[in-house]
Design a binder for this molecule. Sequence first.
Ligand SMILES: O=c1[nH]cnc2c1ncn2[C@@H]1O[C@H](CO)[C@@H](O)[C@H]1O
Ligand SMILES: [Zn+2]
Length: 381
Amino acid sequence: MSADERVIRALPKVVLHDHLDGGVRPATVLEIADEIGHELPVDGADRTAEGLATWFRQSADSGSLERYLETFAHTVGVMQTASALRRVARESVLDLARDGVVYAESRYAPEQHLEAGLTLDRVVEEVDAGFREGEEEAAAEGHPIVVRGLLTAMRHAAKSREIAELAVRYRDRGVAGFDIAGAEAGHPPSRHLDAFEYLRRENAHFTIHAGEAFGLPSIWEALQWCGADRLGHGVRIVDDIGFGGGTVTDDPLGANAAVLQDPSQLRLGRLAAYVRDTRVPLEMCPHSNVQTGAAPSIAAHPITLLTRLRYRVTLNTDNRLMSDTSMTKEMHALVTEAGWDLADLRWVTTNAMKSAFLPFDERLELIEGTIKPAYATAAPA
Ligand SMILES: O=c1[nH]cnc2c1ncn2[C@@H]1O[C@H](CO)[C@@H](O)[C@H]1O
Ligand SMILES: [Zn+2]
């Protein structure tokens, strides 16, 4: 680890978009697979934690969201029992805390963990027990962290209302909100209006994966039909930002460079202006987007342009296993490849804490008591 990386690792971080089933330790996948007889896609000399880690990263590196998502069969497949769910949840909290994360929202789809006979309620209870065990152990290690769950409904399925009700039922027991995820094309968020309208009536919080593999219509529906509090990814909002004769999407790297010199050249469309004016939090995940082809590279990722334009940008991991990433790696890549500095890192961290689905006073306490003091004394990245 470089000196820069050590500095970054020690900084307090906030992650709002991290999939529980996208961050399982490879050694844990192997062990549980052996216990329950789940067939893994590696064998022979590759049947090791390292071999499996490589398989996940390479298979996810496909340029397509659909193929990226296929790899989840081998994490979800080993997360079907009470003990496995509790273990994975506990270990993921420890891994995040050791990386310097002080607040995390960890999401998963309860409907995907029923194969061995667990009920939806039991799934949520076991995961939450694992989160609390992880919090306790992390604090004892000197890495205090606060963790909340987000319950995801799969967008191709028809369980969203049921999962929304589950999220409300457990809102005072470790669950902070709701999400929909899965392949975007052909599954617009407005199909799940019933769930979103229910959540709004219940004063509950939700985010929607939108504008990742699919463009502006998905972002527009998520905000203006469904009423999402935040956008998962939202990276395609740049399709509504005009530059020269086209949009910044036509030449993201060129536009990124040019706009830093003269932002007045840009024209925001109505949707892009709405997202910025109303401070809609964007849960951006650079490495994941490069793998699925939603962004060309870290250097050309729209997160830098959107940060310069002062959108409410947050930085996230999405899937630490599939993307072989961590909050430290995401931050370090932006510093070395996209010209970010410590002030940018503090800004996205504060943005994320402001946008968390946690009560206002608890957010403020983490910002004032933990984040601000640490960044004030940190050496420059
Ligand atoms: O980047 C993503 N876009 C859309 N769906 C995703 C992404 N990452 C993970 N999941 C989906 O969310 C489920 C619950 O955690 C995962 O099983 C995966 O299918
Ligand atoms: Zn995601």
